[in-house]
Design a binder for this molecule. Structure first.
Ligand code: DGT
Ligand code: CA
Ligand code: CA
Length: 574
């Protein structure tokens, strides 16, 4: 039974996918997509809401009809409309839609003409050069499909951090109620806030191991127990996520936490440092000969080799040891350091809440400011703003700002960077805004040189404040476009503009390593939610996780500034 919002959302998306392939009414498709997004972004658990008798129709984008279908899914694992469409077409066709370049029409053609139903069949056909023969395909698309399929092979079976987080929360809550459990912590790549995780590594301290193990393997979502002993067990959940659980003693807790947090590359260096000092580090502790020296806390493990404690997000062997030895570890930015958000949408384009709803939600989260940056006119499918509608929105912002206390709305736009590097609105219009967030939304396949020049040219415009989602990648779904980011980062320094770290869990773009480059070049990074609903404002925490992996400190982040210090930084001088 799907008990998590992400699982229910996946079923709704599946309906939408199948409807799309069948060529159904776009409004109907959109309704399922919106509902799926609402559930994904929701910070409360739908089955629990239903149990306590709360109406789902209170949620944005969910009417009576959809509420009933969601109830079906929670109760039975499926709903009538899904089963109907699964009969009409092979349900595996929806896998194919995930490949950029393959829309519903092409997927249908692949199925009708070549009988392709899954990614595997698609890969085979592409390798054999059979795709290019189909009308509307061609050699270039075939190569592109092959590239995409091969690029994603390495990330197969991994889970986006935000998706894993949903599974973690309920599992940890469940384990906490085991008899004798003292501490419980999720280690591994999850603790390092890596953008995707391969499996979960949970550590528990308890008076005795076996009751915890028994409780772990009888968790309702366990599909298969892969291994089970007194102090360690591995299971696979029904969502296919694997979980390792280890019960450790208090004496070894810090050593085990250090060991299982990783990364492997970090641990190898740490053990070498220990060896050079005649020490041995393992998951039980730090030892000289066979004498136990430390291991109760992580701090004690690092201290034993003469190092300060290193934040988990830095543990990738990317310079953290040198920094630790030199006493120059960064004081990483924290969620509470953010004073506002510089990229949010409203109903005026493809957001789902009104200006006022967004403002109140931002104020509730303690923000001092929120920049409204709806799309510009070129993005017609989002009903992008032309100068007239943008002016109306600016007036509305003035009116709201006059009545709101505690929060300032900033006037912005997410303006499209056109193919030739010009911006989708004239300078005269942009000059009246507080900030201009600019983004690439089309022509992803330009050559590296053209793509780079396109963006550099846009950055040369007099009103250009922040480059949104600089690489354009979607995690596990779309490769970044081919672009010279170091050159763009140098340009940002020269032009004194900022780069966005888009906090949406599917983007997290800038990536961690480019955050480090930006910091080294002295370019400010803005951690923005790109919220399309009030719920999305909570995604900032994932952006902060990525920023921490990129070594960013409070001062490296544009939106840690209070409004009065922010304003001059938004102002363009050239
Ligand atoms: P993942 O699960 O692929 O997202 O990445 P991790 O980092 O969670 O890796 P995982 O689950 O294989 O192992 C958890 C931690 O345990 C890892 O970060 C470091 C430690 N570890 C595992 N295997 C080894 C090993 O062979 N050598 C060392 N030094 N550490 C290991
Ligand atoms: Ca792991
Ligand atoms: Ca593991």
């Amino acid at each position: 039974m799907p008990v998590h919002n992400v699982d229910i959302a996946a079923k709704l998306d599946e309906v939408a996918d199948l409807l799309e392939i069948e060529g159904a009414n776009p409004f109907r498709i959109r309704a399922y997509r919106n509902a799926a997004r609402t559930l994904r972004d929701l910070n409360r658990d739908v089955p629990t809401m239903l149990e306590s008798g709360e109406a789902l129709t209170e949620l944005p984008g969910i009417g009576k009809d959809l509420a009933a279908k969601i109830q079906d899914i929670v109760a039975t694992g499926t709903t009538g409309v899904l089963e109907e469409h699964r009969k009409a077409l092979p349900p595996t066709l929806t896998e194919l839609l995930k490949i950029p370049g393959l829309g519903p029409k092409r997927v249908k053609a692949l199925y009708r003409a070549l009988g392709i139903q899954r990614l595997q069949g698609l890969h085979q056909a592409a390798k054999e050069g059979r795709l290019r023969t189909l009308p509307g395909f061609g050699e270039k698309l075939e190569r592109h499909i092959l590239h995409e399929l091969e690029a994603r092979a390495g990330s197969e079976g991994r889970f986006k951090l935000a998706v894993a987080a949903q599974y973690v929360d309920s599992l940890v809550a469940y384990l906490k109620t085991s008899p004798g459990v003292k501490q419980i912590v999720v280690a591994g790549s999850y603790r390092r806030a890596k953008e995707t995780v391969g499996d979960l590594d949970i550590l528990v301290t308890a008076s005795s191991g076996s009751p915890v193990m028994d409780r772990f393997v009888s968790y309702g979502e366990v599909e298969e127990v892969l291994a089970k002993g007194n102090t360690r067990a591995t299971v696979r959940l029904t969502c296919k996520l694997q979980v390792d659980l280890r019960v450790v003693t208090d004496k070894s807790y810090g050593a085990a936490l250090q060991y299982f947090t990783g990364s492997k590359a970090h641990n190898i260096v740490l053990r070498q440092l220990a060896q050079q000092q005649g020490l041995k580090i393992n998951e039980y502790g730090v030892f000289r000969e066979d004498r136990y020296l430390a291991g109760k806390t992580e701090e004690s493990v690092y201290a034993a080799v003469g190092l300060p404690w290193i934040q988990p997000e830095l543990r990738e062997n990317r310079g953290e040891f040198e920094a630790a030895q030199a006493g120059r570890l960064p004081a990483l930015v924290e969620l509470s350091d953010l004073r506002g958000d510089l990229h949010a949408h409203t109903k005026a384009t493809d957001g789902r809440n009104s200006l006022k709803e967004m403002a109140l939600a931002a104020r509730n989260r303690g923000f001092e400011y929120l920049a409204i940056c709806d799309h510009s006119k070129r993005l017609a499918m989002t009903h992008g703003l032309d100068p007239k509608r943008l002016t109306e929105q600016m007036d509305e912002i003035d009116r709201l700002n006059a009545t709101l206390s505690g929060l300032t709305l900033l006037k912005g736009i997410e303006v499209d960077i056109l193919e030739d590097g010009s911006l989708d609105l004239p300078d005269e219009v942009l000059s009246r805004l507080d900030l201009v967030v600019a983004a690439v939304h089309s022509h992803f396949d330009l050559s590296r040189d053209k793509q780079t020049k396109r963006i550099l040219r846009a950055m040369d415009r007099p009103y250009f404040t922040i480059l949104a989602h600089p690489s354009g990648r979607l995690i596990q779904e779309r490769e970044p476009y081919d672009v010279d980011l170091p050159r763009i980062i140098r340009k940002a320094r020269e032009r004194q503009c900022a780069l966005e770290l888009n906090a949406h869990p599917e983007r997290l773009d800038l990536t961690d390593t480019y955050c480090q480059v930006a910091k080294e070049e002295g370019v400010l990074v803005s951690i923005n939610s790109d919220a399309h609903s009030i719920l999305d404002l909570d995604n900032l925490r994932f952006g902060v996780g990525q920023a921490r992996r990129g070594w960013l400190e409070k001062t490296d982040v544009l939106n840690t500034r209070p409004l009065n210090a922010l304003r001059p930084l938004l102002q363009r001088t050239m």
